[in-house]
Design a protein around this ligand. Structure first.
Ligand code: MN
Ligand code: MN
Length: 335
């Protein structure tokens, strides 16, 4: 028997008001994902590809679809009674919503379209989301978003590829749902995902090699040396440059994804954003038995100071991430 998202939520999140309201949040996100799937699928027909002339708060040129997908998530989440605040990659400031403070309320943080710089070449893009709890009994403050990733109560992503998938965790493993396009309904297709501990695949933007720190140079050199080096086995390299697609591959068949600190742009050392890219992906991979680190600390333990802050990441198969962390420790001791 196929299990729909609706049925799954009514079985797993029906005990308390807190859980029931979290289920409502998941439904609002799932609704956004369905709409975005249609949007990205029909963008060339609707004349919605291409860049705009404006930049977002992070100085990145926005694509038309960045804004359209952002508007879609904002509309669905603002209409959700259990959501009391929003932060989006595409919005400079947090949106605070007034809600009944006697009830359990949540904050949604999201990247509405990850990989949008690749949208013209028709590779998989995605959406990433993270949900936090509002401290009970009071209105939302911007500071409520500035908590460690360990405080997340829901995290996940959608990937718009050959299939549209919705992948999420609320702390009881990682489940994968596939969109039935005819019925416009998500169906549970994989349960309790587990990331292989060992791997022979790594993913890094090698064009930045000259800006890497020695631990990353060493790790990649050793992978490339393959059977002729200390690793004693050959590796493959993969790099889609769409974080969702790269991390999804790791969830499915193992591997390690590295966007390390480098000295290319010292102010953007670690390019990806903590709240709505690194934290949700880190929790997903940890829930599936993998690891996620900056090289020097667990990503989920970083205390954020601003909503759009960036951090480095090494994420994926447990033993590979642990190896990179050992190289950092050895390097930092010598410094
Ligand atoms: Mn992104
Ligand atoms: Mn984005």
């Amino acid at each position: 028997m196929q299990k729909s998202l609706e049925t799954f939520l009514s079985e797993k999140l029906n005990q308390t008001e807190e859980k029931k309201r979290l289920a409502i949040v998941i439904k609002a996100i799932a609704e956004s994902v369905k709409q975005v799937a249609i949007m990205v699928g029909t963008a060339p027909l609707a004349g919605q590809l291409g860049k705009l002339n404006n930049q977002n708060v992070q100085g990145e040129q926005q694509a038309k679809l960045d804004l359209l997908t952002n508007d879609c998530f904002v509309a669905n989440l603002e209409a959700c009674e259990a959501i009391a605040g929003l932060v989006s990659e595409e919005l400079d400031e947090a949106i605070l919503l007034s809600r009944d403070t006697s009830r359990p309320n949540y904050l949604a943080v999201f990247d509405p379209l990850d990989g949008s710089s690749n949208i013209e070449v028709n590779v998989a893009v995605g959406s990433i989301f993270s949900v936090l709890k509002v401290p009970s009994g009071r209105a939302t403050q911007v500071a409520d978003f500035l908590v460690k990733g360990t405080e997340q109560v829901l995290a996940g992503y959608a990937i718009y590829g050959p299939s549209t998938l919705l992948v999420f965790t609320f702390g009881e493993g990682v489940q994968v749902f596939t969109l039935d396009r005819d019925k416009q309904e998500f169906i549970l297709t994989q349960e309790n995902m587990h990331v292989q501990e060992d791997t022979q695949e790594f993913a890094i933007n090698a064009s930045n090699a000259r800006f890497w720190e020695p631990p990353i140079q060493q790790y990649v050199d050793e992978c490339q040396a393959g059977t002729t080096g200390v690793r004693g086995k050959d590796f493959n390299m993969r790099w889609i440059a769409s974080m969702v697609a790269d991390v999804h591959r790791i969830l499915m068949r193992g591997g390690v994804y590295l966007y390390p600190k480098d000295n290319k742009m010292p102010l953007k050392a670690g390019r990806l954003r903590l709240l709505y890219e690194l934290n949700p992906m880190s929790w997903i991979i940890e829930q599936a038995g993998g690891k996620s680190s900056t090289g020097r600390e667990r990503v989920l333990e970083i205390m954020p100071t601003e909503i759009h802050q960036r951090a480095p990441i090494i994420i994926g198969s447990k033993k590979e991430v642990e190896r990179v962390v050992r190289y950092y420790q050895a390097f930092d001791v010598l410094k």
